[in-house]
Ligand binder design. Structure first.
Ligand code: CTP
Length: 387
């Protein structure tokens, strides 16, 4: 999830910045609004905080927040001059001095002000320091003049933000279903049989697919990490819930079953807590339904189905190859859990992408890099499929 500082300065176009904040939040980004007193006369700072789902208490030093992108929309001639000369007398100007990273400016002003030599010189100065400019557009201004000066439309500014954040549209219009975490199968009203999966890998996959413009549904089984923004999250705490929801979303273009789904669950579960006694507690475990296999059997043409295998060493790799056939999937991501430094509940991973035509090794890297390699391959398979 990227963090974006959105500076709003005092122009009538401030009302359009509401839509920009909404689009950024919907796209899964954390937005920190910085509203100058001039902008507050047009649209109250509270409006932006509400749209960004932040409380004023979050933001004592909001302007000094380290962020992936600073966007100023609208940018008045006055604030442009401040940025060009390094003044720091409002939140946005201060943020611009403190921020390290891409800057996107969306000027909005009267056409004669825009055409003035001073504005042009200021623009050249900020541009030469690396700031990108979006707009202004030609049209009728609020005061009824015609010319260049209207702020670019929010969707255009949003598109440029996504580009600066390294996002793409390669999966736009595609539905990607990801499962993450580990299921917990109840033993009684309070106890369960579970596993150590944190959900980090699945969450990284969901995030990666969202960055590429996909509509993402995340089947979340007891995640130990925060859910990413901009994706639909469906809680699936047990193997049965996972099965039901996977089938309900079974028409996805790409399915990435990264969750550690229990192969067995306790039979005859009591609704109450089992009291302690001196006897042994013998539990019978019954098999669960294999979600991936069920999807493999039911899949219609075109869907890319990817499974995961957590196993030990070379023998595990051989079993992953066998899973490819048995579960009728396109690819199995093999994860060697005999190693302590990767896989379960770790920050990094190293995997082998197992397909019928051979293996592709993805070297040790943070999980978001591994996720990008997996989604790259899913995209290739999707393209081959729909060619
Ligand atoms: N999986 C599933 N439903 C289950 C069990 C597993 O969908 N009830 C999925 C996992 O999400 C994973 C893949 O199947 O994508 C492989 O899981 P794994 O437990 O490694 O495979 P198993 O079929 O259980 O094989 P084994 O335990 O013999 O290695």
């Amino acid at each position: 999830m990227a963090r974006v500082l959105v500076g709003i300065t005092g122009g009538i176009a401030a009302y359009k910045a509401c839509e920009l904040v909404r689009l950024l939040v919907k796209g899964g980004h954390e937005v920190v609004p910085l509203v100058t007193p001039g902008a507050d006369r047009f649209v109250r700072a509270d409006t932006f905080l509400a749209l960004a789902r932040r409380s004023p208490a979050d933001d004592l030093y909001a302007h000094l927040t380290q962020a992936d992108l600073l966007v100023v929309a609208p940018l008045t001639a006055n604030t442009l001059a401040k940025l060009a000369h390094g003044l720091a007398d409002n939140l946005v100007a201060e943020a611009a001095l403190a921020h390290r990273g891409p800057v996107l400016l969306a000027p909005a002003m009267n056409p004669r002000m825009w055409a003035h030599a001073a504005t042009k010189a200021n623009l050249e100065t900020v541009r030469s320091r690396g700031a990108e400019i979006v707009g202004p557009d030609e049209g009728e201004t609020a005061e009824g003049e015609w010319g260049l000066g209207r702020m670019a439309e929010p969707d255009e500014i949003y598109r440029r933000c996504r580009k600066l954040l390294g996002e793409s549209d390669s999966l736009a219009g595609r539905h990607v279903l990801v499962s993450a975490g580990g299921t917990r199968e109840p033993l009684d009203a309070v106890r369960f049989v579970g596993n150590r999966s944190s959900g980090r890998m699945g969450v990284a996959l969901a995030e990666e697919a969202r960055k590429r413009g996909a509509d993402v549904t995340l089947l979340a089984a007891n995640l130990g990490v925060p859910v990413p923004g901009g994706v639909e999250v469906v809680e699936t705490p047990t193997a049965q819930a996972m099965l039901e929801q996977a089938l309900a979303h079974g028409d996805a273009d790409v399915v990435l079953m990264a969750a550690a789904v229990a192969d067995y669950r306790p039979a005859g579960v009591s609704d109450e807590k089992r009291p302690k006694d001196e006897e042994a507690w013998n539990v019978t475990l019954e098999p669960t339904i294999d979600v991936l296999r069920t999807l493999g059997e039911r899949r219609t043409n075109g869907q890319v189905l990817i499974g995961f295998a957590a196993d030990h060493g070379e023998r595990g790799l051989a079993r992953a190859r066998e899973k490819l056939e048995r579960k009728r999937v396109d690819l199995v991501v093999y994860n060697d859990v005999s190693r302590e430094d990767i896989g379960f509940d770790a920050e990094e991973n190293e995997v082998v992408l197992v397909e019928t035509d051979g293996d592709r090794r993805v070297g040790k890297a943070p999980k978001h890099r591994i996720a990008a390699a997996i989604v790259d391959r899913a995209e290739e398979l999707l393209r081959e499929r729909t060619r």
